[in-house]
Write a protein that binds this ligand. Structure first.
Ligand code: SF4
Length: 424
């Protein structure tokens, strides 16, 4: 993978701050797209700028500008696994024709696909989660490597972008560069014609904005080009942090975005809270309350999609013993700090029933509880309490080494002499 020559920690936020993003836009507002790109790449953040490109219908203009300024500029292509074959061919065509020598495809994590989208049809029912797994998550470690990102966003595309400047400073001192901010449809067409740039192979077939195949459709004459993206859904962008034209929206720490803490970090959570509109035979990625599962057991067992189980205080998890392996996640509800019933449920699941998938704690969870929960086999936590989130990020949780109710065979109850315990 291509690496930026400068890591984020070595960057020059002070320079950016002192220069001021307003001044930057004032200085380069009149500059053409090639000039803006050249300033960013050569002067403002040399060696610390990259592009994410969808290699869609409009991508060729930005890529051509990049090739003029620096053909070795790192360009990342999100290979979601859902692209049209024509798009994959177009990537190769543009690499060759424009002389781009630093294009890297980034892929979704296989374990995320296996866990959250085993059938490859998540886009159908939950496109936001699909975009998270296939775009946002793979992109995140890449964005952290660079201080500047070139986007293909344009003012005319949406009303939210109506005031898009050439340069934007993000909250973590990264800079987004929008060389095409002032381009309109006619400008794009004129640029393509002037430089004799190849169209995406599907453009002439009515695809005016092209992303993943399942979420892209032909648009009618006169229709908004983006009407063909996620048609029928109230969705216009690929997610909070990545948009359809390859723009990095607003970089944030994972800990700021997500509530699920798992494997030592905050991660995207594909699961939703069960609601009454969900149907037993069709639901997916929801924690089904235990009583609802028991009432509709046959339908849930026939449901082929990933599901979780929600166990609340008073629920008898024993009643679902035979079906526990059906759930990829079990959520145990801890409604209050003083309610310890969830610990017993967790131990029952892990020790007696050998449940080995995700076991998560939900509810009012504070940092002192987490070491105790971990002892009981809980391996994921939905955390909203701010100090607890900070403690997790900084890895400062209290240690537990006195046990009144030991777990497993290695913990010795307080006041017990080990040799006596062994003897007993
Ligand atoms: S655009 Fe569609 S197929 Fe592609 S990642 Fe998003 S939801 Fe999935």
């Amino acid at each position: 993978m291509a690496m930026a020559s400068t890591l984020h920690s070595d960057r020059q936020p002070d320079k950016l701050r002192s220069l001021g993003i307003v001044a930057l836009n004032g200085m380069f507002d009149e500059m053409d797209a090639v000039g803006v790109m050249r300033q960013a790449v050569a002067e403002i953040l040399p060696g610390d700028v990259a592009i994410v490109s969808s290699f869609g219908a409009d991508s060729v203009v930005l890529l051509h500008i990049a090739a003029q300024v620096d053909p070795s500029l790192p360009i990342y292509f999100l290979e979601t696994g859902k692209h049209f074959p024509e798009t994959l061919a177009y990537v190769e065509q543009l690499k060759k024709q424009l002389g781009l020598i630093n294009v890297t495809a980034i892929h979704p994590a296989p374990h995320d696909l296996a866990r959250f989208d085993p059938d490859g049809d998540l886009w159908e029912t939950d496109p936001d989660s699909c975009c998270h797994i296939r775009k946002t998550e793979p992109l995140e470690p890449i964005t952290e490597q660079f201080g500047g990102w070139v986007t293909g966003r344009k003012r005319f595309q949406t009303k939210e972008r109506g005031v898009l400047p050439h340069f934007e400073l993000t909250s973590d001192d990264r800079i987004k560069i929008n060389p095409l901010a002032y381009f309109n449809d006619a400008d794009v067409a004129a640029y393509k014609a002037e430089h004799d740039l190849p169209e995406h192979p599907l453009y002439s077939h009515g695809y005016k904005s092209i992303g993943c195949a399942p979420c892209t459709s032909v648009v009618a004459e006169g229709e908004d080009p983006r009407a063909g993206r996620w048609r029928g859904l109230n969705k216009k962008e690929c997610g909070i942090h990545y948009d359809f034209s390859g723009a990095i929206a607003s970089p944030m720490n994972a800990a700021d975005k997500y509530s699920l803490f798992k494997d030592g970090t905050f991660v995207a959570d594909p699961f939703r809270v069960w609601d009454e509109t969900m149907v037993a035979g069709e639901a997916r990625y929801a924690h089904v309350p235990l009583p609802v599962f028991l009432e509709n057991r046959e339908a849930f067992l026939a449901n082929p999609h990933p599901l979780g189980l929600l166990v609340s205080p008073g629920d008898r998890v024993e009643d679902a013993e035979a079906d526990l392996g059906r759930f990829v996640s079990i959520a145990i509800k801890f409604p209050a700090f003083t309610d310890g019933r969830g610990y017993s449920t967790a131990r029952l699941l892990t020790e007696r029933y050998q449940y080995a998938n995700e076991l998560r704690a939900v509810g009012d969870i504070l940092q002192d509880q987490i070491p105790l929960m971990r002892r009981c086999g809980i391996n994921a936590f939905v955390i909203t309490h701010k100090p607890t989130r900070e403690a997790l990020i900084e890895n400062r949780l209290p240690e537990v080494n006195i046990f009144y109710q030991p777990v497993g065979t290695s913990e010795v109850p307080v006041g017990t002499r080990p040799y006596l315990r062994r003897a007993s």
